[in-house]
Design a protein around this ligand. Structure first.
Ligand SMILES: [Ca+2]
Ligand SMILES: [Ca+2]
Length: 163
């Protein structure tokens, strides 16, 4: 996949929230993906602006088009900052997917892109519950992560390391 940035590249560590869009050339389809972005810890986070049926492989490919991957939360500070990004983007009560999953081995959560086991992220009370036996993806909620199915119409976050 190929992407064109329409916004200025930022390399500072300011926490200014910016809106913009990137153009993704998907097979047979040129489309603009709107997002809100924020830079911190020399990384840039993109929260998609619109809901779409989630597909972990497809969304991770989109993030790769930006030079990154689906969000990998490695610490409590990062997790709470992602909730802050959601609030600032009008997505406080939205379903926002991360790249943390237990696809393949029930109950063993790992980061989809790096394949490393979950470390530093935390679940909400009474989660993960693998409700109805089909919850293998995760979304960010108040109080922690929740496991949910992998196909809900929702938003997602990409993470990109700045050079
Ligand atoms: Ca599960
Ligand atoms: Ca759950």
């Amino acid at each position: 996949m190929f992407s064109i940035f329409l916004t200025q590249r930022e390399t500072d560590d300011s926490t200014a929230y910016r809106s913009g869009h990137w153009i993704s050339l998907l097979p047979g389809l040129l489309r603009a993906i709107e997002y809100t972005s924020v830079t911190r810890w020399h990384k840039k986070y993109y929260l998609s602006a619109h809901r779409e049926p989630f597909d972990i492989a497809k969304m991770n490919e989109r993030c790769k088009g930006l030079g990154g991957y689906l969000l990998e939360i490695n610490g409590r500070g990062e997790q709470s900052f992602m909730r802050h990004l959601m609030k600032r983007s009008g997505a406080k009560r939205e379903i926002v997917y991360t790249g943390l999953t237990d696809l393949g081995q029930e109950g063993h959560f790992y980061y989809y892109h790096s394949k490393k086991p979950m470390a530093g992220a935390y679940f909400k009370r009474r989660q993960p519950d693998n409700y109805k036996g089909i919850e293998h993806c995760t979304n960010l909620m108040r109080g922690g992560l929740n496991d949910l199915d992998c196909h809900t119409n929702a938003r997602y976050i990409c993470e990109v390391h700045l050079k």
